[in-house]
Ligand binder design. Structure first.
Ligand SMILES: [Zn+2]
Length: 357
């Protein structure tokens, strides 16, 4: 007795350039997409800001789904500690310290050579965001910090560009679609970035399953937006959060802007103007100073959090943290001096990782 396999109708040997219909046949069969939807995806242009864990998962899913142009923007390089969750990278990438945007583009080309990937090895800042996000239909959040998210939010609200907030830390994941002026924006729901010690992947760890959950949800919302536009049926208008370890989950209504919101109400784009960013200056030979002064630091707690990542010492006045090849000196008000680099992007990245963003 023979059991017909699902794939039996397909030729048993596909040519080296299997045509798109064949590649996407199972997705086209899905009623929410169909042949027209697939054509729209092929013409779509989206940006993924940050290609760490969430960005990798988003890029992998959307590249396989046939989104025509993916612009992948990341300032960092691949390290061995990324491999537990950053699904587009391998041991060779880490050995070569390849920029993540480049490594991601190479990996995607190996499984879908029919789409265009534009890797950008850059830190998104007020001065370049316009150029980096020009011509994009949707912007996806693969960042690990609120500073960049507020910048994306300002840019997106100003230009009526849909974007999707995604975050994962520990076993917790959260995501929200932002359809400017129509729904809640990031500044409606979080008017100011969290102060004091915030959880980061470097201090609280992260489960790869929390990342993949949030990326799956955000990637699906992206497909709905690209196929059906901002009025697409089933587009979610909530801030959704889920803890994959405790199974606690919540949905907060995000269908309307908050009256008086700085960004989408008053259209006061302080992050786009650069006013919301901590001031960073080169400070002496081979060191950078971060003039953040609104983040009171509890040295005992910070000492405990940093212990697994290097050598830490503190007294009442300063906390010193050695993380080869860098030495960070933290002050009680949140100011920091980072020795071992003159690159402000590196210093900002270290600060965001170990102190908070
Ligand atoms: Zn708002």
């Amino acid at each position: 007795m023979s059991i017909p396999a699902a794939d039996q109708a397909a030729p048993s040997v596909a040519g080296p350039t299997a045509n798109s219909d064949h590649r996407y046949s199972r997705q086209i069969l899905f009623r929410g997409i169909g042949p027209e939807g697939q054509t729209r995806l092929a013409r779509a242009r989206i940006a993924i800001v940050g290609c760490g864990a969430t960005g990798s998962a988003l890029a992998g899913l959307l590249a396989r789904a046939g989104v025509g142009t993916l612009r992948i923007i990341d300032r960092d390089y691949v390290e061995p500690s990324n491999l537990q969750r950053q699904s587009l990278f391998d041991e060779q990438d880490a050995a070569e310290s390849l920029p993540k945007a480049i490594a991601a583009a190479r990996q995607i080309a190996a499984f879908n050579s029919q789409i265009v990937v534009e890797p950008k090895v850059e830190d998104v800042v007020p001065a370049n965001i316009e150029v980096l996000l020009e011509g994009m239909e949707v912007v996806l959040d693969g960042t690990d910090n609120f500073e960049t998210r507020y910048l994306i939010n300002d840019f997106a609200v100003k230009n009526s560009l849909p974007w999707i907030y995604s975050a994962a830390v520990g076993s917790y994941a959260a995501t929200m679609n932002v359809l400017p002026v129509e729904t809640t924006c990031l500044a409606c729901i979080f008017p100011d970035s969290p102060r004091g010690i915030v959880e980061t992947c470097e201090t609280s760890g992260i489960l790869n399953s929390a990342v993949n959950l949030v990326a799956s949800i955000a990637a699906t919302e992206t497909l709905k937006l690209l196929v059906g536009g901002t009025n697409a049926p089933h587009l979610r208008k909530t801030l959704l959060s889920f803890d994959v370890w405790t199974n606690e989950h919540a949905e907060i209504n995000a269908s309307k802007p908050r009256p008086g919101c700085r960004a989408c109400g008053e259209r006061d784009f302080i992050h786009l103007a650069g006013e919301g960013r901590p001031h960073i200056t080169l400070c002496g030979r081979n060191s950078v100073q971060i003039h953040e002064r609104q983040r009171p630091i509890d040295f005992t707690e910070m000492d405990r959090r940093l212990q697994p990542h290097g050598t830490v010492r503190h007294n009442d006045f300063v906390l010193k943290f050695w993380h080869d090849p860098y030495e960070m000196t933290l002050f009680p008000d949140g100011r920091a001096i980072i020795k071992g680099t003159t690159d402000t992007a590196v210093a900002r990245s270290l600060y965001a990782r170990y102190v908070g963003s």
